[in-house]
Design a protein around this ligand. Structure first.
Ligand SMILES: C[S@@+](CC[C@H](N)C(=O)[O-])C[C@H]1O[C@@H](n2cnc3c(N)ncnc32)[C@H](O)[C@@H]1O
Length: 501
């Protein structure tokens, strides 16, 4: 497969893997609503934040929506959009790798871009997600009014690239509105209800589809020049079920497509501003919800995100936006009953995202509130990036908790995230027949500095260890090699044996 090349690409290939695991530091004063809410705003660089999320959320995110800086070479108030081309690619590559790791097998990533980087993004994303997993390049009409001062062409669209993680993804259908049903009628009072005429001709010439059809009254109708749409047995079955009938004294074929049999509609590749909103609509929405906040240059309309979430997620699914901007994805996801995580590096995480989501929780009525019937509820938690889990010498930071280290050990060993409902006990769980234990921070109740962190025979008895192979992490081990072998224990020393990938 042809690959994109840029300055320092080889360094960027390992940047995600080498980024340190950091802690997420809760800022309780900025939390709002429901106490145990799963929703999170994280202020910080998304490379570190995505890495910090891996031990908890790898393979759990149903939909990633990102609207990264477009690299338009014009500095905005809120972020430096003026990255050099190579720098932009350097910025995106490791983040896309982490985003893919966070996606569930049936998840998708959606990215809005303009012509500056869209085509480079496509080649890069093909490499990371594989070419066969690109499910669409939707054109979103972001502005309607012509721009007569444009130098050559008045620009009205952005690209929305969509990638699935694997074939396990199923695209949901969009709801039908009366506008989509205008072609259906029932002039002949068909008891099956309104219908429209469907095509009966094959789009391509196929000799086996060129057969004459005999009507119930014994007449013969010759095939269209390229043949019928179906093989003869399928055609005759449709005559039997009434889907195909004959008109004009049995000289014409009519196929009826019934409205009652249409379940929603498939999303199309052009999304018009009057359906999903424009940039102007987005700015209006934002200024209504945050009338006193500084103007934010590039918000997206809530209805655009709604469209993506409607076809890519169900209620309760987890949605992630790692370039949160003014918080649109979180606002739309919240109003649609999805769980969400938003990451934003700029101060507008506090000046825009947090207050916007407070208002959403309180039931603000703008954006998609009316169409989704949103009246308030739920909540979110606010985090900043904390220090790395391990320092440069490989020592565990002193303020790390048992839960935090347990998440890292479990993820490093199994590649799957640790449940946030997991019990606070040395037995972390069993994965593919192997049981994992962590002795850390006096987990067994003995609060002396190293107590309970050393594997001894007595402690082993207290642990009531499982049958079969086990891996035990601790600061030291007082069992002999023979004793470990006999008990099927692999001892690993903290912190040196914890792989911070
Ligand atoms: C185009 S804006 C997103 C706008 C958003 N869709 C909305 O509706 O408001 C891109 C955002 O990405 C943020 N950003 C850029 N680099 C980032 C990084 N490394 N980590 C986290 N956020 C970043 C910028 O601060 C900016 O707010």
């Amino acid at each position: 497969m042809p690959l994109l090349s840029w300055f320092r690409r080889d360094v960027d290939l390992t940047r995600a893997a080498l980024a340190p695991y950091r802690l997420l530091r809760p800022i309780a004063a900025l939390d709002y609503g429901e106490k145990d809410s799963p929703n999170m705003i994280i202020k910080g660089d998304n490379l570190d934040a995505l890495k910090a999320l891996l031990p908890y959320y790898a393979g759990q995110v149903k939909c990633v929506f990102i609207d990264p800086p477009y690299n338009t070479r014009s500095a905005f108030d809120h972020y430096d959009d003026n990255l050099e081309h190579s720098q932009w690619l350097s910025m995106m590559y490791p983040r896309l790798q982490l985003l893919r790791e966070l996606l569930s097998e049936d998840g998708t990533l959606w990215a809005t871009l303009d012509d500056h980087e869209a085509h480079y993004f496509k080649v890069m994303a093909d490499e990371i997600f594989y070419r066969k997993n690109m499910i669409g390049n939707v054109i979103w009409q972001h502005s309607v009014q012509g721009k007569n001062d444009s130098k050559k062409i008045s620009l009205h669209h952005n690209h929305v690239f969509a990638y699935q993680k694997s074939d396990a993804f199923t695209m949901r259908k969009l709801a039908r509105t009366d506008e989509h049903n205008t072609n259906y009628g029932n002039k002949d009072n068909d008891p099956r209800g309104p219908w429209r005429a469907g095509d009966v001709r094959s789009p391509n010439l196929r000799e086996n589809l060129r057969y004459p059809v005999e009507t119930p009254s014994g007449k013969t109708i010759l095939p269209p020049p390229k043949g019928w749409r179906w093989k003869k047995d399928v055609f005759m079955e449709k005559v039997k079920t009434g889907e195909i009938t004959f008109l004009n004294d049995d000289t014409r074929v009519l196929r009826k497509i019934y409205l009652s049999e249409q379940e929603g509609r498939i999303a199309e590749s052009i999304w018009f501003g009057h359906e999903v909103g424009t940039t102007r609509d987005a700015s209006r929405e934002l200024s209504q919800v945050l009338p006193d906040a500084e103007i934010f240059a590039t918000p997206k309309p809530e209805a655009l995100i709604q469209r993506v979430l409607e076809i890519a997620t169900d209620e309760g699914d987890l949605v992630l936006d790692s370039f949160l901007g003014s918080g649109t994805t979180a606002a739309a996801a919240h109003k649609m009953g999805r769980r969400w995580i938003g990451i934003e590096i700029g101060d507008h995480a506090i000046s825009h995202c947090q207050p916007r989501l407070v208002r959403v929780v309180d039931g603000e009525g703008g954006g998609i509130s009316e169409v989704t019937g949103w009246s308030g509820g739920g909540g979110f938690r606010f985090f900043e990036l904390g220090g790395p889990v391990f320092d440069d010498a490989g020592h565990i930071q002193t303020d790390i908790t048992f839960e935090q280290l347990a998440a890292h050990v479990w993820f490093a060993e199994t590649g799957v995230p640790r449940s946030s409902y997991a019990e606070r006990e040395p037995f972390l769980g069993k994965h593919q027949g192997v049981s994992y234990y962590l002795l850390f921070n006096g987990i067994l109740g003995d609060l002396r500095k190293t107590a309970g962190n050393v594997l001894t025979k007595r402690l082993l008895r207290d642990l009531h260890v499982q049958e079969g192979p086990k891996v035990v992490y601790g600061e030291a081990c007082f069992l002999s090699v023979e004793e470990l072998l006999e008990r099927e224990i692999t001892f690993k020393q903290t912190p040196y044996d914890i792989k911070a990938r």
